[in-house]
Write a protein that binds this ligand. Structure first.
Ligand SMILES: Cc1cc2nc3c(=O)[nH]c(=O)nc-3n(C[C@H](O)[C@H](O)[C@H](O)COP(=O)(O)OP(=O)(O)OC[C@H]3O[C@@H](n4cnc5c(N)ncnc54)[C@H](O)[C@@H]3O)c2cc1C
Ligand code: SF4
Length: 623
């Protein structure tokens, strides 16, 4: 295999499907071909699947394949976006695909027409000719994800309704013909949920967004991402409770209820929803606010089907205050960090709170995987940091949080450490802490008054020095990115979360999420230890991700992550085994404390009141 083909194949198969190329994550625009044509097959995410399938001769040359490749303008927007989170460069792969197709054309290309039938005809009557297809090139882009337990499933059709009426007609048509369907947002849940052998209904065209600031609400269509929603809300002086920027907002509520650091004050699930419209399985349109509509209190611990496809939701807006910022509070032990975070939440301090592990700290701060790994070690071993508690809030929150904290790193120190990360990795922490040895842990010195001056003198933090870590041709773009204030502003980064998918940069991330009681903070550590053992037994890299206290410190949402190369069959096998064993392990954890709840129980029930799942053991049962 020649080098170009090898790179194209490795890159295209390496796509994590986190959909960060489907949003304007870096303020550099969005794939023009994707925005114009809407199917995922026109975005780099889908083009990667198409490229891999074409190079492995798994799809024929069809009009869909030629069109998807031709519509790419080679603008390069995706190259920076994808490199920023995964280190991959999709442009090389797309360029190779285009060149191969040109070569085929010269040699007299044989093209296969996609199958057409009466069902496709009826779909097209609903959505318009362009927006329903059975072309294998488009279908392949909807057929898989990197999760170890997902099985490639080629749908028969993909359809993109534009509004609730069309969506309801599609659902009725599937029902009349006995054809199964799945609904897909941006496909970044990466657990096989959006795959179907029948029809994939992609909500990408349902792009309505209408603000009603007098009623502190925004009505958001199923095709709007959290990034777009947050950006528009911020222009009006508000924020929404959002998590992953590439997740479509309605999909995220349905899937997980949306949890983030802001869940400590803004909650999750129905806390942020005023009303929502659903298309039920029989095509009937209903809404939460109807007397006989879906009942958000009816949480089923054993799981429940979705109340329907959420076509739009009315979402709460929260005012943003001028003095909002963040502090970071380092801890040598997880136990102490959890106690501190719980106490803040119990006292109602902070807009957002998160206990972060060193895995996240390294991955989030560094623009490359290599630097991330060095920082991870440096935080853990040299600075003796086990966990860092991030507190987001206005100046009153932050003053109170600082008063209760043993040591505090202010926003300017975090910016200096981010922009000085490359020097820190090169020179080591002793260059900064020189002469400050004492009985306190090393991180304590970082919180000394006036330390920022020493750090700045030793590390000479700058966008140039950080960008120097990145491959030559992208260096200038990184420099421009890091010259802006947003990207080192912890509050902004939590509102927009453009760096959180960097957690999957070293390999696809399999996230295990649990709601855990916090009255005994050592339970969180026990959960961490059990997962660490499970990862070790399955020879997978993994670590504690984050914990956010909720509900006045009574519960926390805890994420533990395992990482694997989803293109390596052996690692996939181990990942599958670990996921299977995790189920049994979580059952054992529930024997320790039956209040523990695995996020899988909330799947499809994200529109529930959080009280009904956080206090699931207190629900009344039929006598
Ligand atoms: C790196 C990473 C980090 C993440 N971190 C977080 C986090 O911190 N907090 C959090 O809450 N989530 C997190 N997630 C999970 C992810 O954001 C959610 O799964 C979200 O739903 C993905 O949005 P999507 O549009 O890609 O949904 P999809 O993957 O397209 O769909 C998710 C599910 O919702 C269903 N669905 C889609 N649209 C609709 C609709 N309109 N009506 C009804 N059902 C629908 C799908 O059938 C599927 O079951 C993370 C995921 C990744 C990859
Ligand atoms: S290079 Fe092609 S695929 Fe990438 S953003 Fe531009 S048009 Fe989209």
């Amino acid at each position: 295999m020649n080098d170009e083909r090898k790179i194209a194949l490795e890159t295209s198969k390496g796509c994590r499907h986190y959909a960060m190329c489907k949003i304007d994550s870096l303020n550099t625009g969005v794939c023009p071909s994707g925005r114009k044509n809407h199917f995922v097959s026109y975005y780099p995410q889908g083009l990667m699947d198409i490229t891999a399938a074409f190079l492995e001769e798994r799809i024929p040359v069809t009009p869909g394949l030629l069109h998807a490749a031709a519509e790419c303008t080679m603008c390069g927007i995706c190259d920076l976006q994808c490199h920023f989170v995964t280190g991959l460069r999709p442009l090389q792969a797309i360029s190779f695909l285009k060149a191969e197709l040109e070569e085929l054309k010269k040699r007299g290309l044989e093209m296969e027409e996609p199958p057409e039938d009466s069902f496709l005809k009826e779909l097209r009557e609903i959505t318009g000719e362009r927006f329903s297809t059975s072309d294998p090139a488009h279908l392949i882009a909807y057929s898989n994800d990197p999760c170890p337990v997902s099985r490639e499933t080629l749908p028969g059709y993909v359809t993109l309704p534009e509004n609730t009426g069309q969506l309801a007609e599609v659902v009725k048509l599937c029902g009349r013909n006995g054809i199964p369907y799945s609904v897909r947002g941006n496909g970044s849940s990466v657990m096989g949920f959006v795959l179907s052998s029948g029809v994939v209904i992609d909500t990408a065209r349902m792009r309505t967004m209408s603000f009603d600031t007098a009623n502190r609400s925004v009505t958001v269509g199923a095709g709007i991402s959290s990034m777009e929603l947050q950006r528009e809300a911020r222009k009006l002086g508000f924020r929404v409770n959002a998590a992953e920027p590439s997740a479509l907002y309605c999909a995220n509520v349905m899937c997980s209820g949306i949890f983030s650091l802001f869940s400590s004050s803004l909650g999750t699930g129905l806390d942020n929803i005023i009303d929502a419209e659903f298309v039920k399985d029989d095509g009937e349109v209903t809404r939460l606010s109807r007397q006989n509509g879906p009942n958000p209190c009816a949480f089923q611990k054993g799981g429940a089907p979705a109340p329907g496809i959420c076509s739009r939701a009315v979402v709460r807006l929260y005012p943003v205050c001028d003095s909002e910022s963040a502090i970071a509070v380092p801890f040598g032990s997880m136990d102490e960090a959890v106690k501190y975070a719980r106490e803040l939440n119990r006292l109602g301090i902070g807009l957002g709170i998160g206990v972060l592990g060193t895995e996240y700290l390294g991955a989030f701060l560094a623009p490359t995987a290599k630097l991330g790994e060095t920082l991870r070690k440096l935080f853990k071993h040299d600075l003796e940091i086990n966990c860092m508690v991030l507190v987001l809030g206005n100046r009153f929150h932050l003053n109170a949080a600082a008063e209760l904290a043993p040591f505090v790193l202010e926003q300017d120190m975090i910016r200096a450490l981010t922009l000085g990360a490359a020097s820190l990795a090169k020179c080591g922490i002793s260059s900064v802490l020189h002469g400050l040895d004492g009985d306190e842990p090393a991180y304590a010195a970082m919180a000394e008054p006036g330390m920022i001056t020493l750090v700045e003198a030793a590390l000479e933090p700058s966008p140039e020095s950080l960008a120097g870590e990145v491959e030559g041709d992208l260096r200038e773009k990184y420099q421009e990115l890091y010259a802006g204030n947003d990207i080192t502003d912890i509050m902004w980064l939590n509102d927009f979360r453009i760096i959180s998918s960097r957690m999957g940069r070293d390999g696809h991330v399999v996230a295990f999420i649990l709601y855990v009681p916090l009255d005994d903070p050592s339970l969180a550590e026990t959960v961490h230890e059990r997962f660490a053992l499970l990862a070790e037994e399955n020879e997978l890299r993994g670590d504690f991700g984050f914990l956010t206290p909720m509900n006045m410190g009574s519960m926390g949402v805890l994420e533990w992550d395992m990482y694997l190369d989803h293109t390596d069959p052996e690692q996939v096998q181990r990942g599958r085994r670990a996921m299977g064993e995790a189920g049994a392990m979580i059952e054992k954890l529930k024997e320790l404390d039956p209040r523990i709840l695995f996020i899988g129980s909330v799947f499809n029930q994200g529109f529930c009141r959080k009280e009904s799942f956080l206090h699931h053991n207190a629900l009344l049962i039929d006598e």
